[in-house]
Design a protein around this ligand. Structure first.
Ligand code: NAD
Ligand code: UDP
Length: 319
């Protein structure tokens, strides 16, 4: 298949590119590298089946090739990044989604939108089911992300209703693993990098807020399955095992054998108090469920960051 993926040089996007190339697909990867990295895709750059287009998808893109699928994964995704770049975030989720839907329509391609658990906001029901409409502060600091994805979902269904575009929407819950950036800022990468550097682990608030962490290989397996089934409504994908942020910090300290201490910082505005996906639908429709426990996924991620930090140190000594 010919697949156009935006955000293909990012964390999740690069794992998807790898999976598509392994099964023989042709990839057009569109990325502006605002948070992505050439390192994540360097092993694909010599492949005849991989084409990189450096482009901001908030502006229109015209493609000559025929395309079977358009996957829109480009977005600032870490709270640290989207709070720094709220306008770019809204543009990626709204204008970017519109541009990608335009490509899908012109090419008669199927469309796949990377939505998020953040569309549920600070949820009032727990765990979150797909039917829940959410609790989002439309003018808060996180609204640039939440509303860009909510608006993105609305655009996807508008194109589905008006132009009969075949669509998939997945609401991704906290996912972690190799190919995250050292400075990503999300909790798993922050804690691991801090522990490996011997710096204090920064817990925001009291650390009793919860998240449910999915290892990237499990997520990618679910994303590939969604492309194989004919299901057009939004689907939650994530790992339903729920942890307090303080539990995650202790586990990272144990697995890295780090002597780092824990430092408590103020809780950011509108930080959701709990989050856990209800994956009943994904289990039934995709015959899918996460296989990798947090400890196992963290070990693999710690090894990745250990190597990355060593390479960084070697680079800066040479430089
Ligand atoms: P990431 O930051 O690693 O990847 C995003 C990629 O998009 C980067 O390569 C970045 O350079 C690119 N990008 C951003 N804006 C762009 C633009 N305007 N034009 C072209 N490229 C642009 O983040 P990720 O975790 O891999 O997230 C990928 C997608 O999955 C995002 O849409 C995100 O909202 C969604 N998601 C991720 C998670 C998660 O836990 N990782 C959870 C929910 C949703
Ligand atoms: N968090 C933390 N320390 C950090 C980074 C994040 O305590 O160094 C907390 C954050 O306040 C949130 C949770 O960890 O409650 C998950 O944050 P993340 O940035 O990974 O993404 P979110 O799930 O909030 O989108």
């Amino acid at each position: 298949m010919n697949i156009l993926i935006t955000g293909g040089a990012g964390f999740i996007g690069s794992h998807l590119c790898k999976a598509f190339l392994q099964r023989g697909d042709y990839i057009i990867c569109v990325d502006n590298f605002i948070t992505g990295s050439k390192d994540n895709i360097k092993e694909f750059l010599n492949s005849q089946n991989f084409r990189l287009i450096e482009h901001d998808i908030s502006t229109p893109l015209y493609i000559n090739d025929s395309i079977d699928w358009v996957l829109h994964f480009a977005s600032l995704a870490s709270p640290k990044d989207y709070i720094t770049y709220p306008i770019k975030t809204l543009k990626s989720g709204l204008l970017g989604t519109h541009n990608c839907l335009g490509i899908a329509k012109a090419k008669n391609a199927k469309f796949f939108f990377a939505s998020t658990s953040e569309i549920y906001g600070d949820p009032l029901i727990h765990p979150q089911v797909e039917e829940y409409w959410g609790n989002v502060n439309s003018i808060g600091v996180r609204s640039c992300y939440d509303e860009s994805k909510r608006g993105g979902e609305a655009l996807v269904y508008a194109y589905n209703r008006q132009h009969s575009i075949d669509v998939r929407i997945v609401r991704i819950f906290n996912t972690y693993g190799p190919n995250m950036q050292i400075e990503d800022g999300r909790v798993v990468s922050n804690f691991i990098v801090q522990a490996l550097r011997g710096e204090d682990l920064t817990i925001y608030g009291r650390g009793n807020q919860t998240r449910s962490f999915c290892y990237v290989d499990d997520l990618v397996a679910g994303l590939l399955r969604i492309m194989e089934v004919n299901y057009k409504l939004p689907l939650n994908l994530g790992n339903p095992s729920e942890f307090m942020v303080s539990e995650l910090a202790k586990l990272v300290l144990k697995l890295t054998k780090s002597k780092s201490k824990i430092k408590f910082l103020p809780l950011p505005e509108d930080d959701p108090k709990k989050r856990k996906p209800d994956i009943t639908k994904a289990k039934k429709i995709l015959s899918w469920q996460p296989q990798i426990r947090l400890e196992e996924g963290l070990k693999k991620t710690i090894e990745y960051f250990r190597r990355k930090l060593e390479a960084d140190t070697r680079g800066s000594i040479r430089g």
